[in-house]
Design a binder for this molecule. Structure first.
Ligand code: NAD
Length: 458
């Protein structure tokens, strides 16, 4: 049962009937990831023509992609022509070869013909190329048009269905590890609260995991702010995916921190991330206790909301210090150490407030916009050794932080996205785990929103 009582009411018994008659929003309970669950619970329709569409269809259907045998195919029930009346679990539109907006009609109308019969929690994923200044105008128009279609379609879907896009850079193949990794993430229930987003794949770097259920096996991860909320969920999710986890939080949260560390069979490190030597302390703990450090998740964060007109140094400074200055200093120490070089991953926690702005949160938005800039400029410093830096921008997530928002405001905030509900900490954690994985090695300096396609912002 969700903590969202409205969602529970409109999905059960007599109150469900009343809500339907009144035309009230009916958020669908979202299907979330469980180990051993099939990737899709029904057929997938692959639309689009050309070599890329054929390669994706082959992979999804279970044919080996190459001679290595590593990528065995995903054993899905793949259809290549739209059959209205069929109950599809997913539609994949491979649109990498469009050169004119006229070419969008055929695949989009084919998708349209099966939309009404989609299974609950269905997935629609586009695979396309970025529209650049070097493209001809017609090609750029077609490519940018896909962006518009995708975002609009995501707003039309119901029943917990989502639409997201993988945008593969020119020169990078659609079967690059990160293109396939992103496709699989968007098809899976791991992306339950990610909606209306386009994720760019900029290089062939990265590797497909030997085991999709434990892609982080053998990796050591540090999660800051791990004593509760989203951080605790990130620690659990990374551990579930095979990582050894170091859980970091302030000494005042020591008891809760120990409980999280024990639950994930990891270790606890009591540390204020704003300490001058936090980076050195983190590295020392990870290497002496676990032999290495591969993944850092900068999740520790605070708010001190005030209109800028009433802002004080006491409200401004700590927010910037914890949310962005500490991650900057820690990253610098790790990069200088020479011990963070085996396909390392840095993941920052941004916020939709840092993208769209939020009244009363100038300090917080400065820090979270800061995280977006930080990962964009940090990624190039890591690519030489197969590393990446990316961020996750949560929208409204059900945590102790958001439980303190006044009841009515909270009800409204929950409904202001295409899925008409707040996300769960695990939704943010799943996205962090994906960006930490070997299959995300070609995703460089991006910020992926986990917001149910919040009406605020892009
Ligand atoms: P939370 O307040 O429940 O947990 C934050 C944790 O960080 C706490 O355990 C706290 O002790 C720790 N922390 C704070 N300052 C620290 C410091 N100096 N050193 C070490 N640890 C410190 O918050 P949450 O809701 O779980 O949010 C986690 C992250 O996600 C934050 O960065 C937050 O800004 C971001 N976020 C949350 C939401 C949301 O809806 N909850 C939305 C957008 C972004």
């Amino acid at each position: 049962m969700s903590t969202d009582t409205y969602l529970n009411l409109v999905n059960s018994g007599v109150t469900k009937k009343i809500a339907t008659q009144l035309g009230l929003p009916r958020p669908a309970p979202l299907r979330r990831y469980r180990a051993g669950q099939p990737l899709l619970a029904g057929p997938v329709l692959v639309l689009g023509t050309g070599a890329d569409a054929d390669a994706v269809a082959r992979l999804l259907s279970g044919t080996s992609l190459d001679d290595t045998g590593l990528e065995r195919g995903w054993d899905l029930d793949v259809r290549r022509t739209a059959a209205p009346g069929e109950r599809h679990a997913a539609i994949v539109l491979v649109l990498t070869e469009v050169t004119h907006p006229d070419q969008l009609a055929e695949p989009m109308l084919a998708a349209a013909s099966v939309l009404k019969g989609l299974a609950p929690g269905a997935r629609i994923v586009t695979i396309s190329r970025p529209a650049g200044a070097e493209d001809g105008p017609a090609q750029a128009a077609a490519r940018q048009g896909i962006d518009g279609v995708l975002r609009s379609l995501a707003k039309e879907l119901r029943g917990g269905a989502t639409a997201n896009g993988v945008v593969v850079a020119d020169g990078v193949t659609v079967t690059a590890p990160s293109a396939l990794g992103a496709l699989r993430f968007f098809l899976s229930t791991r992306s339950a609260f990610v909606d209306g987003q386009l994720l760019h794949v900029d290089s062939e770097a990265g590797a497909l995991p030997a085991d999709w259920e434990r892609p982080l096996a053998g990796r050591v991860a540090v999660v800051t702010g791990a004593a509760r909320g989203i951080g605790a969920s990130i620690a659990k999710t990374l551990a579930r995916d095979g990582a050894t986890v170091v859980a970091v939080d302030v000494p005042a949260a020591g008891e809760q921190l120990a409980a999280v560390a024990n639950a994930v069979r990891g270790t606890a490190l009591q540390l204020d991330v704003t300490a001058e030597d936090a980076g050195q302390k983190i590295l020392e703990h990870a290497t002496t206790r676990h032999g290495r450090l591969d993944i850092v998740v900068h999740n520790a964060g605070i708010t001190r909301d005030k209109l800028l007109a009433n802002m004080t140094p006491e409200k401004w400074a700590p927010v910037l210090a914890v949310n962005v200055a500490a991650p900057l200093r820690i990253n610098e120490a790790l990069l200088e150490s020479g011990d963070f070089i085996d396909a390392p991953r840095i993941i920052g926690l941004a916020s939709t407030s840092g993208i769209a702005g939020n009244r009363g949160q100038t300090n917080y938005a400065a820090s979270k916009g800061g995280v977006i800039g930080m990962v964009r400029a940090t990624a190039p410093l890591l690519t030489a050794f197969g590393g990446t830096a990316n961020a996750v921008a949560p929208g409204f997530i059900e945590t102790e932080m958001t439980a303190r928002i006044p009841a009515l405001t909270r009800q409204v905030a929950r409904r202001l996205n295409s899925l008409q509900q707040g996300g769960q900490p695990v939704d943010v954690a799943e996205t962090v785990a994906f960006l930490a994985s070997p299959q995300a090695g070609g995703i460089l300096g991006q910020t992926l929103r986990v917001c149910g396609q919040n009406m605020v912002g892009q």
